[in-house]
Design a binder for this molecule. Structure first.
Ligand code: ATP
Length: 449
């Protein structure tokens, strides 16, 4: 699931830092500023999926920012944070178009739950692109399974299109007019996943001034995608199994049960069967969600998809960047794409296409514009080519990320590649390490086996 980019606006420096930690730990990309005026500058330079802002700030404040957002970015949701005493102004702001408010102080669970609740879904709703016989047969099968209410387990290597497949199943199911809700079990810190899935009642934690439905309730009548389900810890797996068996959920801090009508889809890029055998994944849960397994082959196993996918991604990004006409691939570029191994699958192809659009001269993409991994990127087009006049904090964020990548690579070296030892040495869970390494791979960083 591609991560979302958030803009955090808070004038209290220590609170801002704490909020930033919570959001970044949950793998959101986050730019933070101290005033509504700085937020407007940031909004002129970047696009954001959501704005989270304090209401009371010197200058034009949160309400002025809301006004600006309504005029210039009406589709970007804004979540407000307010001191309990000034809730009236937050309620007023909701009337003006803010999606919701958080009353301070609030626990990290409350923030993450609200963010995931209002964040617009990735636009994976288009028809999956497929031309290879293997892919066409798989989509045909998926369409047939879609019409039933069976749980589907979608497997395949990272970046192969599992989420696209989940969306396709929902869109072709009788539930297609009801919500499609996705949650990435790897991206949400373990202690917050439960509240996010099952919701909570007023008073369940600090700052839970209002009850919040979980993902299950949000998906009522529709489909819930549990992305990277292998990363859910065993205790929560037991609770999930109970919800699936009893078809009802109880919010954290609540006493009443809520009836559910939700179809569950799950994805994994790990061998869940082997995990069930070794005791890392509950066997009973495995059988419950694995009613119908579907597996995307790696991209290099379905070569006839490569060029249609590249053309689709070219058109998609050209439209976003207002490039017309859509550039075409010349013969040598096509050959280069067809002969690559694509360890990062479609996501890697997506990155290559985006780079090619930056590098190309004129309406054609040549072999020189196809940069296949980070080592090939000429210095002149390293990330600096992106809009960089954003606040210094963003530079610090990427600097910290780069340092983190170096530390992980060095520790992998010291531990001769043992993931277990690396996680122990760095004081993070094996699950967090796996997630971070997957993100590094997506960025084109080569991880030693
Ligand atoms: N068949 C397809 N047609 C169109 N776009 C695709 C297709 N397959 C993948 N993509 C695009 O490639 C990217 C990666 O796909 P997706 O997120 O579905 O992969 P994934 O297997 O769920 O990855 P991960 O295991 O890392 O979560 C997305 O931007 C998606 O839109």
């Amino acid at each position: 699931m591609p991560e979302a980019k958030l803009l955090l606006v808070e004038d209290d420096a220590s609170l801002r830092e704490a909020l930033l930690d919570t959001l970044m730990l949950a793998q959101y990309e986050c730019v933070n500023v101290a005033s509504a005026e700085d937020a407007i500058m940031a909004l002129k330079q970047n696009t954001f999926d959501m704005v989270i802002s304090d209401v009371q700030m010197p200058g034009i404040g949160g309400l002025g920012l809301l006004n600006y957002l309504q005029q210039h970015h009406p589709k970007t949701p804004m979540l407000l944070m307010t001191a309990f005493a000034t809730i009236d102004s937050a309620v007023e702001a909701i009337k003006q178009g803010a999606v919701d408010y958080l009353a301070k102080p609030f626990a990290p669970e409350v923030l993450l739950n609200q963010v995931s609740r209002y964040l617009p879904l990735n636009d994976n709703s288009g028809q999956p692109v497929a031309a290879d016989d293997k892919s066409l047969a798989l989509l045909n099968l998926a369409k047939r399974v879609a019409s039933s209410d069976a749980s589907v387990m979608i497997m395949g290597p990272s970046g192969s299109g599992k989420e696209v497949m989940a969306r396709y199943i929902h869109d072709n199911s009788p539930r297609h007019e009801a919500p499609f809700v996705a949650i990435n079990c790897a991206a949400i810190p373990e202690n917050m996943l439960e509240a996010t899935l099952f919701g909570y009642e007023k008073g369940a934690f600090t700052g839970a001034y209002q009850a919040c439905p979980g993902k299950f309730e949000q998906a009522h009548g529709g489909t819930l995608l549990l992305d990277e389900i292998s990363e859910m810890e065993l205790g929560l797996q037991a609770k999930l199994l109970r919800v699936l068996q009893e078809r009802e959920v109880e919010r954290l801090g609540g006493r009443k049960t809520i009836k559910l009508d939700v179809r569950v889809l799950a994805t994994s890029n790990r061998d869940l069967k082997a995990m069930a055998t070794s005791g890392e994944f509950r066997e009973d849960l495995y059988y419950r969600i694995n009613v119908f397994p579907l597996t995307w082959p790696a991209l290099n196993q379905r070569p006839a998809d490569i060029i249609p996918l590249a053309n689709h991604l070219l058109a998609k990004h050209a439209e976003r960047l207002a490039i017309t006409p859509v550039p075409t691939l010349d013969e040598a570029a096509t050959r280069r794409l067809l002969t690559h191994r694509w360890p990062g699958n479609v996501r890697e192809l997506d990155n290559v296409v985006q780079r090619a659009l930056i590098l190309r001269v004129g309406d054609e993409i040549s072999a020189n514009d196809i940069i296949l991994d980070s080592a090939d990127v000429p210095a002149a087009v390293e990330p600096a080519a992106e809009v960089t006049s954003a606040p210094q904090v963003e530079a610090l964020g990427s600097e910290l990320k780069a340092q983190e990548h170096v530390i992980i690579l060095e520790t992998l070296n010291q531990c001769n590649g043992s993931r277990k030892q690396v996680a122990e040495k760095l004081g993070i869970s094996a699950r967090t390490l796996r997630y971070k390494m997957a993100k590094m791979r997506d960025m084109g960083i080569q991880i030693p086996a």
